[in-house]
Design a protein around this ligand. Structure first.
Ligand SMILES: Nc1ncnc2c1ncn2[C@@H]1O[C@H](COP(=O)(O)OP(=O)(O)O)[C@@H](O)[C@H]1O
Ligand SMILES: [Mg+2]
Length: 253
């Protein structure tokens, strides 16, 4: 059975892509056949894995517009067990093209359902509560919510939780929050600590034990087209993503 996890937070710059890429990498490294779906028109997950976007035969745009099958656009990566469904900026146009289309909310779900053989599918969502994000939430069994340890961390999350509730009531009753992941935590500042406490209060029992520290290696790795586990596997950032991936697997059970 495939476990589908959508890495979602409608804020930008909170660590969604960094989390999606590195958790997908460590799942693959643990022997799980993993598909990372780049579902953000910014295509950061694709570039972060060193993919040349000029050379692609197909992207998530084709899948969502149903001009190609998901299986046909998936490419292998340099990392064993890790596969990528790439995206380019054209993905943004699908929002308009799909505006009144039939089954517009379930395009991603259908594509994933027709693509068995993966242990995990990780969706890197765009920074919005758009049609694409909703497609991700309908396709997923779980949401992984990265929250940046900063003052405004919890602002706007109510809206995401509300959207999840609506989706649970309508199209995806088993959608569940697998965990909240504090990102860019700076252990030296009291603010970071306070925000971490706030997050735990707000999501009792849901916050991962592992927190992701602010770590320069995590920011550098994508410019080399590498997951941090390859770029610098002994860095604090790499160790944290490895640890949280283990928690993910435990929580899936
Ligand atoms: N733990 C971290 N430490 C340092 N930099 C980070 C960390 N996580 C993410 N970054 C950097 O912060 C920026 C935003 O992260 P990203 O994962 O792209 O967020 P999102 O996908 O939510 O927009 C990127 O430049 C990324 O490299
Ligand atoms: Mg991103």
């Amino acid at each position: 059975m495939t476990t589908v996890i959508s890495v979602t937070n409608q804020k930008g710059g909170v660590g969604k892509t960094t989390s999606a890429v590195n958790i997908a990498y460590y799942l693959a490294k643990m022997g799980k056949k993993t598909l990372l779906i780049d579902f953000d028109p910014q295509g950061n997950a694709s570039s972060g894995l060193g993919i040349d976007k000029q050379s692609l035969d197909g992207t998530m745009t084709d899948v969502i517009l149903e001009t190609k099958l998901l299986t046909d656009i998936i490419i292998p990566t340099d990392h064993k067990n890790l596969f990528l469904a790439p995206a380019t900026s054209h993905l943004a146009n699908t929002e308009v093209e799909l505006a009144n289309a039939n089954r517009r909310f379930t395009r991603l779900k259908n594509a994933i359902d027709n693509t068995p053989n993966y242990d995990f599918v990780i969706i890197d969502s765009p920074p919005s509560l758009s049609l694409l994000t909703v497609n991700g939430l309908i396709a997923a069994r779980y949401v992984l919510l990265p929250v940046q340890a900063e003052f405004y961390a919890l602002e706007g999350l109510g809206q995401l939780l509300e959207t999840m509730k609506l989706i649970r009531k309508s199209m995806n009753p088993t959608l569940d929050l697998i965990g909240v992941l504090p990102t860019m935590v700076d252990g030296r500042t009291t603010l970071s600590g306070q925000v971490h406490e706030e997050i735990k209060k707000h999501f009792p029992g849901k916050v991962f034990k592992t927190v992701i520290p602010r770590n320069i290696r995590l920011a550098e790795a994508p410019s080399h087209g590498l997951p941090v586990g390859v770029y610098d596997k002994f860095s604090k950032g790499a160790r944290a993503y490895k640890a949280v991936t283990k928690e993910v697997v435990e929580r899936v059970g």
